[in-house]
Design a binder for this molecule. Sequence first.
Ligand SMILES: [Zn+2]
Length: 320
Amino acid sequence: MRRRSLLHWTAATLVVAARAPAGLPAAPLRLVATTALIADLVGRVAGDRARLQVLVGEGVDPHTYRPTRADIVAMRRADAVFANGFRLEAQLEGFLEELARERLVVRLAERLPEERLLANPTFPGRFDPHVWMEVALWRSLASIVARELARLDPSAERVFFERARDYEAELERLESYVRDVLATVPREQRVLVTAHDAFGYFGRAYSFEVIGIQGISTESEAGLADIERLVRLVVERRIPAVFVETSVAERNVMAIVEGARARGHRIRIGGRLFSDSLGAPGTYEGTYIGMIDHNVTTIARALGGEAPAGGFQGRLNGIE
Ligand SMILES: [Zn+2]
């Protein structure tokens, strides 16, 4: 048995050697990431050892995204597909399950320890997929990505783990900014009203009450009764600002603002938050760090806290 596996291993080595002549680096891995968030994380760990394709583009809602024929082809051809999981990519679930029989499919959020996850009230027995909203939770995925990439390209294992550690250190600095800035928001104003329930992990980690108008997934619609209830809540609690999201329609949030104003309450849109999507590719807000910086700086300033308009690294623009 042992001898047979040794022979097998030698044959595989010869094949690899034939593909990558001595002195030349191995061909980069072909990876597909479902969302820009996942691509940002995998890209930080993989560096130039991988070519990455993203399926869900800027400002597009992953809950309702339907894969194109080209997406399906790309996933079938990839060395691995990295996804979030927990039904974030609801329309892709069936396909990914099928693909996992022949390809490496990594649903990153599903690798987190259960005790750190929040329940999903819409789907009993499932967890809330928006794990990136807690920096410490997202940071813990970097080493998982490194391990999976090392399975695909063992020659780069050391590089992957080094890059993961560097990124973890950056995220630790980001997290202390997040905690410092959010702690300046007066306690009674720590209420975050947004278009859908993407901020559950944020609320738990940083002690905010979080209210999403549309529930955990945008697959369902908010009713008039929900809107009425929220109008009463923001008026009674004197909440100064509510937030829109870049990947979800604004109409529900606007309805709350109008309803509250009609009752004489002063309220404004506190800004546009990134919930399930990053900013434009190539911009600071198009990275995870930029996205979190933008959100936290916007939230703190709109709800009576103190945060520099330029954010964590002085790289933000256009925050009121
Ligand atoms: Zn969402």
